[in-house]
Structures are given as structure tokens and as C-alpha cells.
Design a protein. Structure first.
Length: 134
């Protein structure tokens, strides 16, 4: 499981003094990109090869709110959803008390230059057991 720690910035909060609901999607996306980099998957290089990794569905369950200066962490796991789809299972927790703030399931695929689904080989490696990875 991949874990990324972050801190809420004041400008991410709305007039109610909590993180705006749309900002959580930025947190989730940033942690997915960091997960890919940690697994030696360069999003920009894959895109340059003509394969676009795209989100096809996002399920977000808001459980609590973060406030300015809250430290938090995001867990990321990537699982096979089907032959051509994968899912990121993500959770956001407030660090001070490990309270669950959000749980999310973000489903994606790769689309090649011909508009056909294609999962790049380096992403395929993530689904293999650790001992079988190249």
C-alpha cells in the first residue's frame, strides 16, 4: 500500500472553513500520480507514447471534513477491475486522530492513439505479485 502525506492549505478551504469538496479530487489525483512514480511509471512518458491513462468513473464518499493546516495522509492501492480496467482504492485520513475523511474508488483505463483501450506494460507490472515483477 502506498501512503502520501500532505497538509491542507488555507486557499483550499471555502467560506465554511473546510476543504472544498472539489479539492479532494485534486488530492486523490496527486496521490495517484505519486503512486505511479513510486512504481516507476512515468505518466508523461506514457502519454508521449500515445497512451492516455484516463478516469472513467469516480466514486467518492465524504465522511468528515479537513480544515486549514490539518495534516492528512492518503492511502492508494491499485487493483485489476477487468482485463482493460483498473481501480485505485483510496482513503484520506486526518493524521491527528486517523479519522477517515474520504473513501474513493477511481476506475480508469488506458486509451491508445487509435482510441482503443490499452494498458501499458509497466502498469501491468503493478498487478503482479511483488516476487514476479520484472
Amino acid at each position: 500500500m502506498f501512503i502520501l502525506t500532505m497538509r491542507v492549505r488555507d486557499y483550499e478551504c471555502d467560506i465554511q472553513g473546510v476543504v472544498n469538496n472539489s479539492v479532494y479530487q485534486n488530492y486523490l489525483e496527486h496521490s495517484r500520480h505519486e503512486f505511479l512514480l513510486a512504481n516507476k511509471i512515468n505518466f508523461a512518458e506514457i502519454t508521449a507514447r500515445g497512451i492516455n491513462l484516463v478516469v472513467t468513473r469516480a466514486e467518492l464518499d465524504y465522511k468528515a471534513s479537513l480544515k486549514p493546516q490539518d495534516d492528512f495522509y492518503i492511502t492508494v492501492e491499485c487493483v485489476r477491475e477487468s482485463r482493460l480496467k483498473f481501480a485505485f482504492i483510496q482513503h484520506i485520513y486526518r493524521s491527528a486522530d486517523d479519522k477517515l475523511v474520504m473513501q474513493a474508488k477511481v476506475i480508469g483505463t488506458g486509451v491508445n492513439a487509435k482510441g482503443r483501450p490499452e494498458i501499458p506494460p509497466e502498469l501491468e507490472q503493478v498487478f503482479l505479485p511483488q516476487e514476479a515483477r520484472a
